[in-house]
Design a protein around this ligand. Structure first.
Ligand code: C5P
Length: 232
């Protein structure tokens, strides 16, 4: 059972607001996720600044290109000192394998996670979507990915199929299940941890809250309780 902070805060805000928020967080409490919007505005300098401040940074650019182009982006990300990068599993086996080989050249090596099906995609009738997530995750594992990005709703099945050491990163987390925004396959922090998620990606419920630190406190409590329940 993992015991380091499970929370990854998605910094989907303009750079000045990001820096104000980050100044109130601590690297021991959470990792930080930089998505495409923030990366386009803040650039590599902002990523380096977060890394220098001691944060584990997930550079979430959801790479989905030909293998050589994906690999070049992985190289740049690794040189920035990020902790985690992602490539779309649907980019294919060769793209995943080359991304892994490329990252292998860096110490510490950033974790490579493969995006399966976006959590904004609604659940489909039957098990079509679960099967798709499963197949993409199996391929990702075979090509050397450290884990996948999936919804917490698929986490239990993937944990069972792919083993304890495969990392499950779950966005679409909603402490208040009534507020989904544009997410569709959502889960509460408790549900995600209980299902076997390693890392919970949470953006708007924290970064758009009037009191982000109070929300963070509550989520940490919920994660602690869920983990305690798991090991009891
Ligand atoms: O605000 P919210 O908690 O919905 O943010 C979720 C974050 O996780 C966003 O930054 C989004 O880009 C990211 N993400 C996702 N679904 C994926 C992969 C990443 O929502 N499959």
């Amino acid at each position: 059972m993992q015991s380091d902070p499970a929370l990854i805060v998605a910094l989907d805000l303009p750079p000045p607001e990001v820096m104000a928020l980050v100044a109130r967080l601590e690297p021991a409490r959470c990792a930080l996720k930089v998505g495409m919007g923030l990366f386009m505005r803040g650039g590599p300098e902002l990523v380096e600044q977060l890394v220098r401040s001691g944060y584990r940074v997930f550079l979430d650019l959801k790479l989905h290109d030909i293998p050589s182009v994906n690999a070049e982006s992985c190289r740049v990300a690794a040189a920035l000192g990020v902790w985690m990068v992602d490539v779309h599993a649907a980019a294919g086996a060769a793209a995943l394998a080359l991304a892994r080989d490329t990252l292998e050249q860096y110490t510490p090596r950033p974790l490579l996670v493969a995006v399966t099906v976006l959590t904004s995609t609604a659940p489909a009738p039957g098990a079509v979507l679960e099967d798709e997530v499963h197949n993409l995750a199996v391929q990702a594992q075979q090509q050397g990915a450290d884990g996948v990005v999936c919804s917490a709703r698929e986490a239990a099945q993937l944990r069972c199929a792919l083993g304890r050491d495969f990392c499950l990163v779950t966005p679409g987390i909603r402490p208040d299940p009534g507020v989904r925004d544009d997410q569709r396959r959502t889960a509460t922090p408790r549900q995600a941890i209980t299902a076997g998620a390693d890392y919970l990606v949470i953006g708007r419920p924290i970064v758009r809250a009037a009191e982000p630190l109070a929300v963070l406190d509550r989520i940490e409590d919920e994660i602690r309780q869920a983990r305690a329940g798991d090991t009891a």
